[in-house]
Design a protein. Structure first.
Length: 349
């Protein structure tokens, strides 16, 4: 599935000024897309993106997914919604869990209801590996978002609106993630703060996240969750790789696991793997089609579940250091940071 499939479409991106939103907008503008609507509540970021893009096909809407009326307004006449608006930072969601519920769960419900009311062709919701076996408020609310989407898809199985979700792990160099933090610490000459050296995380680039969403747009069925297989690395190996890239001798300091963090993340639970379809690059998790009148709730179990295994950042492909460095060097963010670093070194006394 290529970005060309968006040609002629009017699409809405909630939370469109974020890392994902900006990436897919820039790619979409290389097609004959009819209109891209950026929906968010951050007028400063909208202003910056408006200046950066300078394209009349991009329309900016101030609003909040917490308010159904503003969501319904922006979806008028749209064919496709990418729902990326969310509270994503684990610590802030831990301190303000009700705010995470209002945005991540109730906000998603508003988007789904408005999409069905407006006869939108397809809604693709962006979820997280933290939604699987969640231990923090961010993951719990993302898991609830998935449940709301699946329930809505089940209730509206014959609706024109197809509802599906994507689930992925760390998006490298996205705002608020660990790579920009490490780079800032390196450039400031500060120690790199590693929580647990054995902690593993999936590694996915922003273009990969866009590819996954486009795959969901093209192939997702009612109630599906689509997952892209991804390699992983430890947080310690990531810090060491960045030190090598930036030729830094910064100390790596172990600070201990932060509140709400896991040792490893899971992209697909074993209960899901029992019914999942391996599509090569992707895994499709179809919605459970059973209703409340089935015996497995009471007297029978499922043998397939007993044979299945979680798909985690501990048992996926582990990146060797050279492969990790190559992946990092392929990021626009790293190239830009290297350029600015080298420029400063050139003029330094």
């Amino acid at each position: 599935m290529t970005i060309e499939a968006l040609s002629g479409k009017t699409i809405v991106i909630t939370g469109g000024t974020g890392s994902f939103g900006e990436t897919i907008v820039r790619r979409a503008l290389n097609t004959n897309i009819a209109e891209v609507r950026i929906f968010s509540r951050d007028e400063a970021k909208q202003h910056q993106l408006r200046i950066a893009l300078h394209d009349r096909r991009v329309k900016f809407y101030i609003g909040d997914v917490r308010q159904y009326e503003s969501v319904a307004q922006v979806l008028r006449g749209a064919q496709l919604v990418f729902h990326a608006a969310a509270l994503k930072q684990v610590p802030s969601c831990e301190f303000y869990p009700m705010e995470a519920i209002r945005t991540n769960a109730l906000g998603a419900e508003n988007v789904l209801n408005a999409a069905i009311a407006r006869d939108v062709d397809r809604v693709v919701l962006l979820s997280s590996d933290k939604a699987v076996y969640p231990i923090n408020a961010m993951g719990m609310t993302k898991a609830l978002m998935e449940k709301l989407a699946i329930a809505k898809a089940r209730l509206h199985a014959d609706s024109r609106t197809i509802i599906c979700a994507t689930r992925y792990g760390n998006v490298m160099a996205s705002r608020g993630s660990v790579i920009p933090l490490f780079v800032e610490q390196i450039k400031a000459g500060l120690p790199l703060t590693v929580t647990d050296p054995q902690m593993t995380r999936f590694m996915m680039s922003l273009p990969d996240s866009v590819d996954l969403v486009l795959h969901a747009y093209a192939h997702g069925r009612q109630g599906d969750i689509l997952v892209q297989k991804a390699p992983a690395t430890t947080v310690m190996e990531l810090a060491q790789a960045l030190c090598e890239i930036f030729e830094s001798r910064s100390e790596i300091r172990i600070i201990g696991t932060r509140h709400g963090e896991k040792l490893y993340e899971t992209l697909v639970a074993r209960e899901e793997m029992a019914r999942a379809k391996d599509l090569g690059r992707y895994i499709r998790i179809p919605a459970d089609g059973r209703d409340l009148n089935y015996s497995e709730f009471y007297t029978e179990g499922g043998v397939d579940i007993d044979k299945a295994q979680d798909y985690t950042s501990h048992n996926t492909q582990r990146l060797e250091q050279a492969a990790l460095i190559e992946m990092l060097m392929g990021l626009d963010y790293i190239q830009a940071q290297l350029g600015r670093t080298q420029a400063r070194q050139t003029v330094a006394p």
